[in-house]
Design a binder for this molecule. Structure first.
Ligand SMILES: Nc1ncnc2c1ncn2[C@@H]1O[C@H](COP(=O)(O)OP(=O)(O)OP(=O)(O)O)[C@@H](O)[C@H]1O
Ligand SMILES: [Mg+2]
Length: 250
């Protein structure tokens, strides 16, 4: 069971989009995948076309102190080979995490039931801020996939992740892939920022080919479809990233 966080402390860079496409792509490659949505806006659930009418129990019920739900009861199927663990009340979840003394062990404990469910990959879509939830996620996972928007402010902020990992006494080697997102091949600015990104990580070969900015990617999300169901061009870009991912953390 490979555990991956999709994380970047910057908002709106494509974490939920990347989580959903990688999760569905891995399922299409015949892996058994669970996507855990820990983004407060439920974006990855919505991008998969799932909303509150589709689930009763969520991650919130799983961590209920008095009457914790069974993990099987909080998971729903989203696509063939792809399950989803949605969330509700993210602020309360974060407050609950604050009460925990051993945040580093907390998720392993709460998600213990996953061992029996035989997933090949667990992907966790994280919210942008530094939160107790994200602290716990980083202590739980083995790898980080980091989408970075190819624009100046995002590219300049990439060092933050190193600081974050260092504060948690975790290794930067956890960063398995950096995915340049929303690349616009028509602008020089985009090319310069992509070059900067490659240069920044030049000592480790972890930057993938870029995912281009495409209206169809935004549309797919709004329609609750993945790129594999909506946009061949974006699908082939994500497949390239997937091949890298599978190799890197084999
Ligand atoms: N390559 C792309 N081309 C076009 N639109 C994109 C692309 N990647 C993401 N988007 C769109 O950009 C918006 C932000 O993406 P997304 O929600 O995945 O970011 P996020 O990092 O998860 O944001 P948050 O920090 O709020 O959780 C969404 O509307 C999404 O559809
Ligand atoms: Mg998100």
């Amino acid at each position: 069971m490979k555990k991956i966080a999709v994380l970047n402390n910057k908002g709106g860079v494509g974490k939920s989009t990347v989580s959903v496409q990688l999760a569905h792509g891995l399922a299409k490659l015949d892996f058994k995948v669970l996507l855990i949505d820990l983004d407060g806006q439920n974006d990855s659930s919505l991008f998969l076309g799932k909303n509150e009418n589709d689930y009763k129990k969520t991650f919130y019920d799983l961590i209920d102190r008095r009457n914790p739900a069974k993990i099987e009861d909080c998971i729903i199927n989203a696509r063939e080979g792809l399950d989803l663990l949605p969330n509700k009340h993210i602020e309360e979840i974060n407050a609950e995490f604050h009460r925990e003394a051993r945040i580093d062990l907390y998720l392993s404990e709460k998600l213990k039931g996953l061992e029996n469910l035989k997933y090949d990959y667990i992907l966790i879509d994280c919210g942008p801020q530094r939160t107790k939830i994200n602290d716990a996620v980083l202590c739980y996972v083995d790898h980080i996939v980091m989408p970075v928007q190819v624009e100046a402010a995002s590219v300049r902020a990439i060092g933050n992740i190193y600081e974050y990992l260092s504060d948690l006494r975790l290794s930067p080697d956890m960063i398995a892939l950096v995915i340049p997102n929303m690349f616009d091949q028509r602008t020089r600015d985009s090319k310069e920022n992509l070059d900067f990104l490659k240069e920044f990580f030049s000592d480790r070969d972890i930057v993938t080919d870029p995912i281009h900015r495409r209206v169809k990617i935004t549309e797919a999300g709004k329609l609750g479809k993945t790129v594999f169901e909506y946009d061949e061009e974006a699908a082939s870009q994500f497949f390239k990233v997937l091949e890298r991912l599978v190799k890197v953390i084999a």
